[in-house]
Design a protein around this ligand. Structure first.
Ligand code: AP5
Ligand code: MG
Length: 218
């Protein structure tokens, strides 16, 4: 089944964790703007140079830049896979991005199946971000306390090195949470009015949360 999904939620809500699982289960590819931008920063491309400053401080990269990379990725996926499915993780994040996505999909004669809005209490978000570890090679996510990596400190899937994201430092985290509340949280109402919103309690074990998302999609 080709799903057209948006994962919405504050930093640390579990968008990436659940998007990866949904990708395995439904076959629709995850499109994470955060991952794409971090890859560009790492590779020191023109895009990466434009994005680096905002990302480091927990601010937003400009709408034009992000809309451009998502449009390009969606075009490419449609060409390669054909069925038009996707799981957007971290996009849209502003009213302008949401409108651009609507226009883009309308131009293809498509619409979103659902927007999964994951809610998690603030103190839990902070705890999740402070302990997050990411594999540099395959992107697998770990948590020092909730999902510890193997004792050798390497990725259990591919043996890659694990690192802590630069924007998971305390000062960037509080800024990211503010930016979310101001710029992105209003999209919950936008999608509720469009009739595609599915609110999911993200506080609980990973499998439990996945089960709630499945129920929301049924
Ligand atoms: P992005 O990478 O999208 O970061 P984010 O939105 O802040 O979200 P995170 O990736 O931090 O959290 P997540 O919800 O994916 O949680 P995760 O699954 O990792 O964006 C980074 C930056 O890029 C932005 O700040 C901005 O600068 C820029 N950017 C990106 N998109 C943009 C856009 N559209 N427009 C403009 N700028 C943009 O989980 C977190 C941790 O919790 C992990 O350790 C995980 O193992 C653990 N965990 C997950 N689920 C559970 C659970 N159920 N129980 C216990 N632990 C759990
Ligand atoms: Mg993420």
């Amino acid at each position: 089944m080709a799903l057209r999904l948006v994962m919405l939620g504050p930093p640390g809500a579990g968008k990436g964790t659940q998007a990866r699982r949904l990708q395995e289960e439904y076959g629709s590819p995850q499109i994470s703007t955060g991952d794409m931008l971090r890859d560009a920063v790492e590779a020191d491309t023109e895009l990466g140079r434009q994005a680096a400053h905002a990302m480091q401080n927990g601010g937003l990269v400009s709408d034009d830049v992000v809309i451009g990379i998502v449009a390009e990725r969606l075009r490419e996926l449609k060409r390669v896979k054909g069925d038009g499915g996707f799981i957007l993780d971290g996009f849209p994040r502003t009213a302008a991005q949401a409108k651009a996505l609507d226009t883009l999909l309308a131009g293809r004669g498509e619409q979103l199946d659902a927007v999964i809005a994951i809610t998690v209490p603030r103190e839990r978000l902070i705890e999740r971000l402070a302990g997050r570890l990411v594999c540099r090679q395959c992107g697998a996510m770990y948590h020092k306390k909730f999902d510890p990596p193997p004792p050798d400190g390497r990725c259990g899937r591919c043996g890659g090195r694990l690192y802590q994201r630069e924007d998971d430092r305390e000062i960037s985290v509080s800024h990211r949470l503010e930016v979310y509340a101001r710029e992105t949280a209003p999209l919950i109402d936008y999608y509720r009015q469009a009739g595609v919103l599915r609110e999911v309690d993200g506080d609980g074990a990973r499998d439990e949360v996945l089960g709630r998302i499945r129920t929301g999609l049924a």
